[in-house]
Design a protein around this ligand. Structure first.
Ligand code: GDP
Length: 445
């Protein structure tokens, strides 16, 4: 599968970063050097890699560490965001004209890139969206191409317009558009001829089509297996005929995936879809964020990071931290901190990413997070006087007995809670990531 090797390498780099509590600038540099190598080995364009590493480095150095994240996680977050930006940030759709106005889409690409197959795949997608597509067979040089389009069109339930191989492609295109107007189709997809290599004749033919009919979208199909050649082909086509979007085929194959990471950055044109197999349903919309997550193999880690950012109440976290520092941390604060952690859901995964937190401590916190237990704990805390809550050290046996009675629990439960509270106090001191205020820097960068 594409990106497997890159993904593995990047994950190894990040694993070593995550295991460090503090990062020096040197750590970041070393890690980025490895990231650079991994990207180059994945056949990502050299200039793109250089710019990418530079951007990450600039952002990582001098970056404030956010709430709930350690410096290593911060670097991962930046790499992820830069990968997304590299691939175009937003998902780009094929621009279609509204309603019955005909949109003409010209498909271009080298022979064997998967153009004819992709043309039929796109027709299927557009049909699903409620469009009325017509396929036009403009590849007059390869008789098999017309037949292939007809077979695939039939499979997709989409009409194919053909005039055989005796007419110029531009004339076929014009006739196809007339046919579409007459028959109520609102999208015409032109399957044009490819060549083994970029050649003048092919470019001229495409230019001629563009001159003679109004083409609204020119979509280039390139083969991911050809690596940097795919990028070069994209540059040439864009220079010569102008391209609106690119479809990268065969990403299901054993490709290193570099083209997916380079095309947008090198040509400035978005990737629209990726081909993930030979079947006509094997075409996926291209989502830069999902692709980045897939490459980093850390979709859930990122979700957790986002959750932490979303749910931690900065003000409260700062207050709690101050109280902890001044040893004023009481049971009310304990309740508050528990509810904050509870809001984050997957607490154990989050904790396990934090340096200095071991398995038994995680189990204990998880245990305390249990809903029913939380309710009992709340009952006990609410049976305390405000003074007791603020200052747990005054809890002598007679006060504990009174509290147990008030909460309707055994005194041993009160004892256990007090003990747990003391332990939590200790633990929270080891967890600056959860309790720390924004702007606190724990890294050396
Ligand atoms: P064209 O010459 O550019 O029109 O290319 P074709 O559409 O004839 O495709 C060439 C070959 O690539 C065919 O065997 C297709 O089945 C295959 N192909 C196209 N897209 C994909 C893809 O996304 N994945 C895989 N594995 N094969 C593909």
């Amino acid at each position: 599968m594409a990106f497997d090797s890159l993904s593995e390498k990047l994950q190894n780099v990040f694993k070593s970063l995550r295991s460090k509590g503090l990062l020096t600038e040197e750590d970041v540099k070393t890690a980025l050097k490895e990231v650079k190598l991994a990207l180059l080995e994945a056949d990502v364009n050299f200039k793109v890699v250089k710019q990418f590493v530079k951007s990450v480095q600039e952002r990582a150095v001098g970056q404030d560490v956010m709430n709930g994240l350690n410096p290593g996680q911060m670097v991962i977050k930046i790499v992820n965001e830069e990968l997304v930006a590299l691939m175009g940030a937003e998902t780009t759709e094929i621009a279609l004209r509204p309603g019955s106005e005909i949109t003409v889409i010209m498909m271009a690409g080298l022979q064997g890139a998967g153009k004819t197959t992709t043309t039929a795949k796109i027709a299927g997608k557009l049909k699903q969206k409620g469009r009325k597509p017509l396929l036009a067979a403009c590849d007059i040089y390869r008789p098999a191409a017309i037949q292939q389009l007809q077979i695939n069109g039939e499979k997709q339930g989409v009409e194919v317009f053909s005039m055989g191989d005796g007419h110029k492609p531009a004339n076929i295109a014009r006739a196809a558009i007339e046919h579409a107007k007459a028959k109520g189709f609102n999208t015409v997809i032109l399957d044009t001829a490819g060549r083994l290599h970029v050649d003048e004749e092919m470019m001229q033919e495409l230019q001629e089509i563009k001159e003679q009919v109004e083409v609204h979208q020119t979509i280039l199909v390139v083969d991911a297996m050809t690596g940097q050649d795919a990028v070069n082909v994209a540059v040439t086509f864009n220079d010569k005929i102008g391209v609106d979007g690119v479809i990268l085929t065969k990403l299901d194959g054993d490709t290193r995936g570099g083209a997916a990471l380079s095309i947008r950055a090198v040509t400035g044109k978005p990737l629209l879809y990726v081909g993930m197999g030979e079947k006509l349903s094997d075409l996926e919309q291209f989502y830069p964020d999902r692709m980045a997550n897939r490459i980093l193999g850390m979709g859930d880690v990122l979700t957790l990071i986002e959750k932490a950012q979303e749910t931690i109440d900065e003000e409260k976290a700062r207050e709690l931290e101050q109280k902890m520092k001044k040893a004023e941390f009481g049971f009310d604060d304990y309740l508050e901190s528990m509810s904050q952690m509870k809001k984050m859901g997957g607490i154990s995964s989050l904790l396990s990413m934090m340096p200095g937190i071991g398995g038994s401590q995680i189990a204990e916190i998880e245990n305390a997070m249990d809903e029913k237990k939380m309710a009992r704990i709340e009952g006990i805390i609410y049976s305390m006087t405000p003074k007791e809550r603020a200052n747990p050290s005054i809890l002598n046996p007679s006060r504990k007995r009174r509290i147990a009675k008030g909460a309707g629990v055994d005194i041993s439960e009160v004892n256990r809670l007090v003990k747990q509270f003391e332990q939590s106090r200790k633990m929270m001191k080891q967890m600056p990531g959860l309790m720390g205020g924004k702007g606190k820097r724990r890294g050396g960068f």
